[in-house]
Design a protein around this ligand. Structure first.
Ligand code: C2E
Ligand code: MG
Ligand code: MG
Ligand code: MG
Length: 284
């Protein structure tokens, strides 16, 4: 029964231990050749300006279709890629793909579109990380200010080490975003010490906040604190209109979630951006 499940779903967590090991080996091996075999795709999820209701940016989210195992969720393969080091070339590829795509969208439908790209701590620790970012951005033709790098706070153990890199990134002109904010143990010291532009409230807070008064208080506090520090606040995981209403009424700047759109392949996001582009023209 476990075998059957393992074949067509990714519910590996309660599968036979042997299956897990075999799957892991297949994924590890597969990761070495994902780029040359062209198995990765970047999907883009809109980020909406809560004041205007317009798409102000997109987050790049990786998708892997394994030739034998099918769709592999990033929460499964990114940690593996971090362990093996495969995240280094993969991360560069995502960054390059996303910057080029954002530049194309800026030229066709939305001149001020931003793109957010997730980066792993493992990438940041590479000596040449900032140089690589600079080179890729330059080659893409995108103004650095339209690139936002998202870093998950849970993984950032050494703030001092990150500080130099963050300062260099700021000098380059890119924006820095703390992802999944509130889930790590160092949230507040990060804010005190690092040059940050955006806070992304983790979707576990957005989710169900309206049913839990404690969570509501936390969300309000994050928004207020962020605004006092001159940060832009992004809420992830907005799925319902009433969540959007609450967040915008309490001063959150940007929303992201299934309520607006799931992450989409380029052609589908093309359509959304074109619709908004036309709406702007007909308004005049
Ligand atoms: P993340 O950066 O926090 O991305 C947000 C995740 O929440 C995405 O999952 C997105 O599809 C999902 N999401 C968005 N709106 C909603 C919603 O309304 N409800 C729910 N339930 N989920 C929503 P996804 O695409 O599976 O990515 C998972 C994680 O994998 C990302 O979390 C990020 O940490 C990592 N990841 C994805 N792409 C990359 C990448 O290119 N590089 C690195 N280093 N990590 C990546
Ligand atoms: Mg993210
Ligand atoms: Mg997140
Ligand atoms: Mg995350």
């Amino acid at each position: 029964e476990a075998k059957e499940r393992g074949k067509n779903t990714y519910q590996i967590y309660n599968a036979d231990p042997d299956d897990k090991i075999i799957r892991r080996m297949k994924l590890e091996n597969g990761l070495r050749t994902v780029l040359e075999n062209d198995e990765l795709r970047v999907y883009y999820q809109p980020q909406v300006d809560l004041r205007t209701g317009k798409i102000k940016g997109v987050e790049a989210l990786l998708r892997w279709i394994h030739p034998e195992l099918g769709f592999i969720p990033p929460d499964e393969f990114i940690p593996l890629a971090e362990e093996t080091g495969a995240i280094i070339p993969i991360g560069e590829w995502v960054l390059e793909t996303a910057c080029k795509q954002a530049k194309l969208w800026q030229m066709s439908t939305n001149p001020s579109l931003c793109v957010s790209v997730n980066v792993s701590i493992r990438q940041i620790k590479e000596d040449n990380f900032v140089d690589v970012v600079a080179e890729i951005v330059e080659r893409s033709g995108l103004e650095p200010a339209y690139l936002e790098l998202e870093i998950t706070e849970t993984l950032m153990q050494n703030i001092d080490a990150s500080l130099t890199v963050f300062n260099q990134l700021k000098k380059l002109g890119v924006q820095i975003s703390i992802d999944d904010f509130g889930t790590g143990y160092s949230s507040l010291s990060l804010l005190a010490h690092l040059p940050i532009d955006y806070l992304k409230i983790d979707r576990s807070f957005t989710n169900g906040m309206l049913e839990h008064s404690n969570t509501i208080s936390i969300v309000k506090t994050i928004i207020n604190m962020g605004r006092n520090l001159n940060l832009k606040i992004v809420a992830e995981g907005i799925e319902e209109e009433r969540q959007e209403l609450f967040l915008s009424q309490h001063g959150c700047h940007i929303g992201q979630g299934y309520y607006y759109s799931r992450p989409l392949p380029v052609e589908e996001l093309d359509k959304l951006l074109e619709e908004q582009h036309e709406a702007v023209f007909t308004a005049y």
